[in-house]
Design a protein around this ligand. Structure first.
Ligand code: NAD
Length: 475
């Protein structure tokens, strides 16, 4: 466990308090007590970050891409050496288990490495024919906003892609989980990032986003968070025509067909769902099961959920820690009550655990009325709904019956059904016979109200580049 700490802003190559001296507390969600404090950026701190980013742009975007890549790889190595201490801080601030936090940091290191390894290739001219070529260029200063659920991975993904593309980046990390931003920036600083290329700010999120996006210096924004906030930011960004990468909410279905390996499906769903106490945008939330196997599968899923050991995040026996904040507990209470009031049956869980800490039991609801809030709103917590279906058409219709379109999953051994599902499920990612999240080497994006613009892989770097068409030059 870490001692109480104070985190600063990082602007123009230096750690400092905000100009007005203000700070904010953040909690340990396992105890609900204050764990540390984080400095608050004022408008003039943000102006400093904008100026230093603008000043660094010319030099950074003209630094050979291989050098930028080498710096990212050095930073990845430095971060790797600090995983134990960084993961302990993340686990205490966020509530995820220590094992989950270490796993998250391992993926964050991969994100930095991947972007570092590919920076050179992705900045090289791309010939079209003998007389034309595409020259990728840095889009300019990026404003990045990351949430509290996977702060290490999301910081690494946004910073890695921006830095590889040659863009200075101002990161507004989540005030509730500040250490992931601090460890990441320290690693970049130790690796030799020039002043101004990265800034780290905390404070009042609407004030910060409005201020940064009002500046024509910012040419792109990358936001991960809720759909309503993503829409607000896209509206502000329209004023300066800043390019948006928006990774927003999800409400992901899993379809379990009657030929599926039921035990494998139940364990896979339970394991993936209850990671990070269900606070993942890709987490499955609506399970649709062929009626012929419905009872048998439900029993297996309930058994798997009841095996999840809920407890202190630093206890090695714990599978699932507390939720990150009181807002999520209130949401779990509201969604469960609304579903039960409309006739849902609580198969397991459905309640808060203990008096201290934001602990919510792994919950499975059946017989959920279609108008229930839990089927419309992203649950973002350890609640699963389960329902039977009779035909493939019905399963597909129900799976797609949401405003979101981030991830969809299905379990079947039938090649015909697999092909049909890949075609029919409306989502940014479709996975069969297992559940998988984001990786460094593949693009990830939502459709419908889950956002637009790619993160990860080649497309993640391209999101922060302009592709200049050059005519008449021998490539
Ligand atoms: P929220 O929408 O207020 O905040 C989500 C994140 O966005 C936070 O990190 C917050 O600091 C930031 N944010 C909020 N307003 C902002 C603004 N105007 N400008 C810039 N950043 C802003 O909600 P919350 O209570 O923190 O989380 C609840 C909901 O957010 C969840 O139900 C879920 O739908 C969504 N969420 C999604 C993801 C994801 O990975 N897609 C991550 C976290 C939260």
């Amino acid at each position: 466990m870490c001692d109480s700490i104070n985190y600063k802003l990082f602007i123009n190559g230096a750690w400092r308090l905000g100009r007005n001296g203000a700070d904010l507390p953040f909690l340990n969600p396992a105890t609900e007590h204050e764990f540390g404090r984080v400095a608050v950026a004022s408008a003039s701190d943000l102006d400093d970050a904008l100026t230093s980013a603008q000043v660094s742009l010319l030099q950074w975007s003209n630094t050979p891409a291989e050098e930028r890549g080498a710096l990212l790889i050095r930073a990845a190595r430095i971060l790797k050496g600090k995983i134990d201490i960084a993961a302990a801080a993340l686990s205490t601030e966020q509530g995820k288990t220590l094992a989950e936090a270490k796993g998250e940091y391992a993926r964050a290191v991969e994100m930095l490495e991947w972007n570092g390894t590919h920076a050179g290739k992705l900045s090289a001219p791309v010939p079209i024919d003998e007389k034309r070529m595409i020259v990728p260029e840095a889009i300019g200063v990026v404003a990045a906003f990351t949430p509290w659920n996977y702060p290490a991975v999301l910081n690494a993904r946004k910073l890695g892609a921006s830095i590889a593309a040659g863009c200075p980046v101002i990161l507004k990390a989540a005030e509730e989980t500040p250490s992931a931003g601090v460890y990441m920036i320290e690693a970049l600083q130790e690796a030799g990032i020039p002043p101004g290329v990265v800034s780290l700010v905390f404070g009042n999120p609407p004030m910060i986003s409005k201020h940064l996006l009002a500046s024509p210096v910012v040419r792109a924004l990358s936001f991960t968070g809720s759909t309503p906030v993503g829409k607000q930011l896209a509206k502000i960004a329209a004023g300066n025509l800043q390019r948006c990468v928006l990774e927003l909410g999800g409400h992901s279905p899993v379809i379990v067909f009657e030929d599926a390996d039921l035990s494998k499906a139940a364990w896979a769903i339970s394991e993936y769902k209850f990671e990070c106490a269900g606070q993942s945008c890709n987490a499955p939330s609506r399970i649709l099961v062929a009626r012929s196997i419905y009872r048998e599968f439900l029993a297996k899923l309930v058994r798997a959920a009841e095996k999840i050991r809920v407890g202190a995040p630093d206890d090695p026996e714990t599978d699932m820690g507390p939720m990150a904040n009181a807002r999520r507990i209130e949401a779990m209470e509201r969604l469960t009550k609304d579903a039960v009031d409309r006739g849902a049956k609580v198969e397991t869980g459905g309640r808060r655990i203990g008096r201290a800490g934001f602990y919510w039991a792994p919950t499975i609801l059946s017989n959920v009325h279609p108008e229930s809030e839990v089927l419309r709103e992203e649950p973002f917590g350890p609640i699963l709904t389960v329902a039977p279906f009779d035909t493939i058409e019905e399963a597909v219709e129900e799976a797609n019956d949401t405003e979101y379109g981030l991830a969809s999953y299905f379990f079947t051994e039938s090649p015909e059904i697999q092909k049909r599902m890949i075609r029919s499920l409306v989502a940014g990612a479709v996975s069969m016979n297992h559940l998988k999240g984001v990786s460094a080497d593949a693009p990830n994006a939502g459709v419908k109200q889950s956002g637009y613009g790619y993160e990860g892989g080649v497309e993640g770097v391209r999101a922060f580049q302009n592709l200049k068409l050059v005519n008449g030059v021998k490539a």
